[in-house]
Write a protein that binds this ligand. Sequence first.
Ligand code: ATP
Ligand code: SKM
Ligand code: MG
Length: 181
Amino acid sequence: MQDLPNLFLIGPMGAGKSTIGRLLAAELCRDFYDSDHEIQARCGADIPWIFDVEGEAGFREREAQAIDDLTRRSGIVMATGGGAVIREVNRRALRERGTVIYLYTTVEQQLRRTAKDRNRPLLQAEDPGRVLRDLFAARDPLYRATADLIVRTDRRGPKAVASEIVRRVTKLVDPLQSCKA
Ligand SMILES: Nc1ncnc2c1ncn2[C@@H]1O[C@H](COP(=O)(O)OP(=O)(O)OP(=O)(O)O)[C@@H](O)[C@H]1O
Ligand SMILES: O=C(O)C1=C[C@@H](O)[C@@H](O)[C@H](O)C1
Ligand SMILES: [Mg+2]
């Protein structure tokens, strides 16, 4: 598994990027990074605070810097924030510096998985379902255009999804591996 490139997880809020990314890194004995966590650690404040004080534009600047820095590392697994694909510069860094995996789930699952968490400012709206649907319409094409692989997370738990990613990524990197003894 040492030959595997960086693995970058993209997808919408609640797709499971942070949860599955951590499991995936453990399975591959890789270092794990999460761009949302990195932004908060560097700033010393949480995401709602950054949105409050600096607006979404300030958050996106911090996100682009974190993604540029983290994608320069080698041999890592990184979960991104749901909006990482908005900026072309982020999409390019992800595509050029690793294998990109789009974790796909349904809006219904996203709603269920994010319902109790107050840490996502974009969902503190009167109708979070509508927000998620609108974001999906705008971003799904960007996730697809950036990804090397698409993996569904709505039908299986995080461990099963992490194992599926290991299997599919290994094949992607070495298509002959399934023929080897
Ligand atoms: N495959 C899955 N099956 C069931 N529950 C899941 C699955 N993946 C993640 N979850 C649950 O969904 C919730 C949100 O997951 P997580 O925080 O990993 O999403 P995320 O993609 O990182 O979201 P964000 O973009 O907001 O950072 C968590 O409670 C997690 O346990
Ligand atoms: O989808 C989004 O735009 C976001 C997703 C989260 O991961 C965080 O990056 C932040 O709450 C914004
Ligand atoms: Mg996350």
